[in-house]
Design a protein around this ligand. Structure first.
Ligand code: HEC
Ligand code: HEC
Length: 214
């Protein structure tokens, strides 16, 4: 700090609160102001894995088409902070500026998502867990947050899960269960708590069911 500057901590509380409120205003506007057009140009480097139209063709790699922009930004921030780690994804996320993230999120959110089916053998169990949860084990119904058609909730940054690759969904549920995915820290670790209570065949079934939602 250069001499003559007023230190942050000695500023009057009201000034500090106003600054914080202003920062929130800016970050809140970021989503609205992210430019889908600018994002389209920046997305060329994402296409190799997430697909030219945001629909990945490799079941290990998530589709981003139609995903909520707030959720996309929060995940990119999680890769940057280390709350999520992935050999392929971390390097791409760390090279992005805040503006890049808003633009990319705005762009992917506008793309139509490809819909996929569920494994008929797993539908019954998957549907029961998705709609009713597992009350005896304290597992909340997925439908409460991810919605009847798997469209999530943009305001609360609950992700879209419909049409997402079942293999990716199962892998990421296992990562939550193992504590390796910690991007839900700002939402009371809700997905880690849920995933750790699911058995392997339940994770497979509910992941297949979510892939088939439309
Ligand atoms: C080399 C392949 C690769 C490239 C290129 C790539 N990603 Fe990813 N991305 C992945 C993989 C693999 C995952 C899932 C990793 C995991 O399980 O955490 C992922 C996950 C994500 C997620 C989280 C999705 C979700 O549903 O939670 C977002 C958001 C994302 N990538 C955005 C991007 C953006 C934006 C770019 C371009 C700047 C990009 N990725 C480039 C491989 C890639
Ligand atoms: C109380 C709300 C809530 C409930 C109930 C809930 N989820 Fe979630 N879910 C979330 C939130 C919030 C996130 C994003 C957390 C983060 O940023 O990591 C999420 C993320 C996920 C993801 C990661 C999606 C992706 O693209 O990477 C999967 C998979 C998932 N939930 C599956 C489920 C399943 C299966 C159930 C039911 C057994 C369930 N959720 C119940 C709120 C909920």
């Amino acid at each position: 700090m250069t001499e003559g500057q007023i230190s942050w901590t000695t500023r009057p509380v009201a000034t500090r609160l106003a600054a914080i409120a202003f920062a929130f205003l800016i970050s809140g506007q970021g989503f609205a102001q992210g430019s889908a057009e600018a994002g389209q140009a920046k997305a060329a480097s994402c296409a190799a894995c997430h697909g030219a139209d945001g629909n990945s063709i490799n079941p290990l790699w998530p589709s981003l088409a139609g995903q909520h922009p707030e959720y996309i930004v929060r995940q990119l921030e999680a890769y940057q902070s280390g709350d999520r780690e992935d050999q392929l994804m971390t390097a791409f996320a760390t090279s992005l500026s805040d503006e890049d993230m808003y633009d990319l999120a705005a762009y992917f959110a506008t793309l139509p998502s490809v819909q996929r089916g569920a494994d008929p053998a797993l539908v019954e169990l998957g549907q029961r867990i998705y709609r009713s949860g597992l009350p005896d084990r304290g597992v909340a119904a997925c439908i409460a947050c991810h919605g009847p058609a798997g469209r999530g909730n943009p305001l609360a940054a609950f992700p879209v899960v419909r049409g997402q690759h079942a293999t990716y969904l199962a892998n990421t549920l296992n990562a939550y269960a193992a504590g390796n995915r910690r991007s839900d820290g700002s939402v009371n670790q809700m997905m880690r708590d849920i995933a750790v209570s699911l058995r392997a065949e339940e994770i497979r079934a509910v992941s297949s069911y979510m892939q088939g939602l439309r």
